[in-house]
Design a protein around this ligand. Structure first.
Ligand code: AMP
Ligand code: ZN
Length: 469
């Protein structure tokens, strides 16, 4: 497989440290708010990468952190902890916020057919590991204490690696803030490993450490959590492009200083989802979520397909008009799959040939739009319907658009499809209203559903509905 590696900025043959085995790390969400569909673009493309590596026969161990402490409102170690601002916004504790938005994140992932990583570790579980890594960095002379905080000394490195593929705007975030702030830093690019002092004294969660009561910086968590679950050699590290600097740069600095050897071989960065106002971001407050798309009647898998239609290394602009086009394309595609009658034998040579074209597309730096085109090629191919259904099922192990399942559902005699869609849209609106604590709206929607002869059941396993008999 050929992958673009941000480390070196070239397309390279993917060769893991150990043949047949891939250690993969993903920066997880900062759980102070819902994930927006921009965040989820990144997780969808990482999911495709993971599934394609498995499809290609690799044994993958994928690790993800949950950022529930230490990510400040500026990536350059200044401002308030994002978790604290979330807690204040909702008059809850940081832990309550963390639990709620972690669950919400995985619920969104499930709707988008994003597989849960093998290991998911919240940062607050790993305080001892952070303290240990920071202690080693101090002992090795890579870190210093100033003004009560522990800083990483970037001047001690042979090279402070900055991914060169960033535009001015990406770099400006870190540079602007670090010039402005923190006189304790010996070098502009130094960063905090452990805070005991910050302008924001109201930090809710603090832990004892050799440097005083405090909390970890954001970057240390990913270095530690990856080291804990992937070991000393990481094959591939993923994240959105905004994380490339300073976060990933600082992860490399810490990990390689700590380990004393090269750490991660390949860096996979997904470009941003933008809307008419520019980059979608949680801190802007007003952003698009999966539930919002559902409440407007979109199947979350339509959004997944929308992401697959473009290359992960190109910025993607969201508009409802484009999403409508994808929704039409998805519906048509499912209908065409539903029209296959499954007759005949699976012709294995033909199946292999069709799968090989798909692999060729994905082997070329994960070209998912070409991968989707392969599904249409299968539909047009000169072979039995059984072969087509088999191959589409195989390709869908990576694409995860539920093509065969959706086709089965579409061809079952069932309650009026439009009615089902309307009911599900109302249920999604009710969920959104409840999340916003708009009980009046939630009750009004329930009444509407009752009038439609629909009973909604809420349980710890989720929401289900049935027609009242
Ligand atoms: P956060 O929850 O802010 O820590 O971000 C979670 C993931 O989403 C990270 O990998 C970010 O780089 C990524 N991300 C943030 N904004 C966007 C965006 N607009 N488009 C794509 N990915 C994004
Ligand atoms: Zn990270």
């Amino acid at each position: 497989m050929i992958l673009y590696n941000s480390l070196g900025q070239t397309k390279q043959e993917f060769v893991p440290y150990t043949s047949g085995k891939v250690n993969m790390y993903t920066c997880g969400p900062t759980v102070y708010h819902y994930a927006h569909i921009g965040n989820l673009r990144t997780y969808i493309m990482e999911d495709v990468l993971e599934k394609y590596l498995r499809f290609s026969g690799y044994d993958v161990n994928r690790v993800m952190n949950i950022t529930d402490v230490g990510h400040l409102s500026s990536d350059a170690d200044t401002g308030e902890d994002k978790m604290l601002s979330g807690a204040k916004r909702e008059h809850k504790t940081v832990l309550e916020i963390a639990r709620f938005y972690t669950d919400a994140f995985f619920a969104d992932c499930e709707k988008l057919n994003i597989k849960r990583p093998d290991v998911v570790e919240p940062a607050t579980n790993c305080i001892d590991e952070f303290i240990n890594m920071i202690t080693v960095l101090i002992d090795k002379g890579y870190a210093y204490i100033a003004g009560g905080n522990v800083y990483f000394d970037t001047s001690k490195l042979e090279t402070y690696y900055v991914f060169g593929n960033m535009n001015e705007e990406d770099l400006a975030v870190g540079v602007r803030d670090s010039v402005e702030e923190d006189e304790n830093k010996r070098n502009k690019t130094d960063f905090v490993l452990w805070f005991t002092k910050s302008k924001f004294d109201s930090q809710e969660l603090k832990w004892e450490s050799p440097w005083g009561l405090g909390y970890p910086g954001w970057h240390i968590e990913c270095s530690c959590i990856s080291n804990k679950h992937n070991g000393e050699y990481l094959d591939i590290h993923c994240g959105g492009i905004d994380n490339a600097f300073p976060h990933h740069t600082n992860e490399i600095a810490q990990s390689e200083a700590f380990l004393g050897h090269k750490w991660c071989k390949y860096w996979f960065h997904v470009l941003h989802l933008n809307d008419a106002r520019g980059k979608m971001s949680k801190s802007k407050g007003d952003f698009l979520t999966v539930s919002l798309l559902e409440s407007k009647g979109y199947d979350p898998l339509v959004y997944r397909m929308f992401c697959l239609q473009s290359h992960y290394r190109k910025p993607l602009t969201f508009s409802y008009e484009s999403l409508d086009n994808t929704a039409k394309a998805y519906e048509k595609l499912v209908k065409r799959v539903a029209a296959l009658d499954g007759e005949g034998e699976v012709e294995s040579a033909k199946a292999e040939e069709l799968i090989a074209s798909f692999k060729e597309a994905l082997d070329n730096d994960l070209n998912t739009s070409l991968g989707l085109t392969c599904v249409y090629d299968v539909l047009k191919a000169d072979c039995s319907d059984a072969t087509k259904l088999y191959v589409i099922g195989e390709l869908d192990k990576v694409l995860s658009l539920d093509l065969v399942e959706a086709a089965k559902k579409a061809s079952e005699p069932q309650a009026d499809n439009e009615l089902v869609k309307a009911i599900e849209a109302l249920i999604a609106q009710r969920t959104e209203a409840r999340a916003n604590k708009d009980w009046a709206a939630a009750d009004a929607i329930r009444d509407k559903l009752t009038a439609m002869n629909v009973a909604v059941k809420d349980s710890k396993d989720g929401i289900s509905w049935e027609f009242i008999k």
